[in-house]
Structures are given as C-alpha cells and as structure tokens.
Design a protein around this ligand. Structure first.
Ligand code: HPA
Length: 282
C-alpha cells in the first residue's frame, strides 16, 4: 500500500500509529470494511481468522485508552466471516476527556489503511416506544448533542471537505444491506435517529422528553464523531444500535448496558455476519 491512499489532511499525530500498523502488515491487503465494536460486542473480534493484532497502547502517539478497567482495546485485521476486515475493539469516548479529533482516531487509521466502508455498533438507550431493551436499530440519521465535533481543530480538512455535508452521512445503500442482513437472520431492525450526548451521566426524564421532541429515537454517548469523520473522508457508513435500556429510567446503569449487550452479542454478531457477507462495492 502506498501513501497515495492517505488523505492529505491525515493528522500528523496519527502518522506514527499508522506507520507502526503498516510495518506490522496492516493494510497490505485492502480491508473491505472497518468495524468499530461497541460495549458488550468485543467478542466479535475473536471471530477474526488469521488476524494481525495490535493493542492501542502499542500505537505510538495514539490516544491512551481510558476505557473501563479490564477491557481489551486493540485493532485486528483478518478474515471476519470471509471478509477482509479491520476490527476495532474499544473506542474513544468524549466523556473521557479526549481532544475532539482523537474521538475518531480509529476512523483516521482505518481510512489510512485503505478501508472505505465503516460499520459502527453501539449500545443505546431506547426513546421511541417501539424500541424496548433488546431491540436492534439501524441508524438512519443522527443528532449531535455532544457539544463537540471531531473535525474541530487547527488542522482542518481542506477544500470541499472543510465544511462537509452530513445530508447522507449514513449511506442509504449500506443501510439497506444492513436491514436485509437483519431479515436474513430473522432479526427485525428498525430504522431510527440516534442522538449522542456527552455523558457520562445518563439522561434525566426531562432530557429524554426533550430528545424525543427533537426527533431522537435512541440516545448514546459514541458513534457520531466516528461517522462524521468517516463521512467527511468519503467513507460509506452505517450504524447498528442495540437498545440496552429505556432511556431515562431510574435504574439506568452501565452494568445493565454491558449485561444486555453481552446477552444479545450473538444476535448482533449474526446481523454483522450477514452484512459482511453481502457488503457490496464501496
Ligand atoms: N443513555 C446514554 N447512553 C447510553 C444509554 C442511555 O440510556 N444506554 C446505553 N448507552
């Protein structure tokens, strides 16, 4: 792979990380997809066959993972259900205090390694009535209420990308394939609007009511910075949310999010498998 694939605005801070990965063979074969795994779905990474693997902590200049203790944060490349995939296990959250651009570190690196299709997963609180815990939502649009945008900073994208449109941030064709993948494995995915807040506190009932009136169907604390960056870089993106709780309920807890995530990880994996086997051209 040559550096010609690298975006002209590739952040200098991530150059050493990208170089490190390339030295270890990442990107030598072109990844058909970059997959970012949300809370509870990390085990999907175990399915990668013949993987190259690298912990984020080995990547020079890469943000320090501030993840929950005991969580593995690493990137792998290999055959995931027959598809050449880059798999990011662990992501950067705004509530951990990272610089805006660092929230999309995985996306920059994925793009630098040649991935042009981005599949993002997350756990989210359900707002719409027909999205109880255990539901699967295909993100059709988002509302960014994080108070941060990953494209903010002194080193901006240039030209037309300086103010990138977000009218089609979630690729309709890829979302169609995601919905089809769900149908293929007997899962009913509902399209919906994902709102992201800064966190780390969960929402009050009044905030959930506000989000509902704004048009949000589910709420979380991730994904949007990754999709904004991917879309600005010209990647086709789609997002899959597992609803783990009813947003704004008194019992909301990170424990529940992880538990429902783990309990439903096989269903999420089944949908991802069907999607990866029918990704279509980027
Ligand atoms: N709110 C915000 N983030 C979340 C939630 C929620 O209810 N559930 C899972 N992630």
């Amino acid at each position: 792979m040559t550096d010609a694939t690298q975006h002209p605005a590739f952040p200098q801070d991530f150059v050493p990380a990208l170089a490190h990965l390339k030295r270890r063979g990442f990107g030598e074969t072109l990844p058909a997809v970059a997959l970012i795994l949300g809370s509870g779905f990390g085990d999907v990474e175990q399915e990668v066959v013949g993987p190259l693997r690298c912990p984020y902590s080995d990547l020079p200049g890469f943000p320090r993972p501030a993840g929950t203790a005991g969580h593995v944060c690493r990137v792998s490349q290999g055959a995931l259900w027959g598809t050449n995939a880059l798999v990011f296990r662990g992501r950067y959250h705004a509530y951990e205090g990272h610089a805006p651009r660092d929230l999309a570190a995985c996306v920059w690196v994925a793009h630098g390694l040649g991935a042009r299709t981005l599949v993002v997963t997350n756990a989210a609180g359900g707002i719409r009535q027909d999205l109880p815990p255990g539901s699967l939502m295909a993100i059709r649009d988002h509302i960014n209420l994080m108070g941060v945008n990953p494209l903010v900073g002194p080193q901006r994208l240039a030209g037309a990308s300086a103010f990138p449109p977000m009218g089609a941030a979630y690729d309709a064709g890829l979302r169609g394939r995601l919905l089809e993948a769900g149908r293929g494995v007997g899962e009913r995915l509902l399209p919906g609007v994902y709102a992201a807040v800064l966190g780390p506190s969960f929402e009050t009932p009044a905030e959930v009511e506000m989000l509902r009136r704004l048009g949000a169907d589910a709420v979380g604390m991730s994904t949007i910075p990754e999709v904004i960056t991917g879309s600005a870089l010209g990647m086709r993106a789609c997002g899959l949310s597992l609803i783990t709780n009813r947003a704004g309920s008194a019992q909301d807890s990170h424990q529940q999010v992880l538990q429902v995530g783990t309990e439903n990880a096989d269903r999420v994996a089944g949908v991802l498998k069907a999607l990866l086997q029918n990704l279509g051209p980027a």
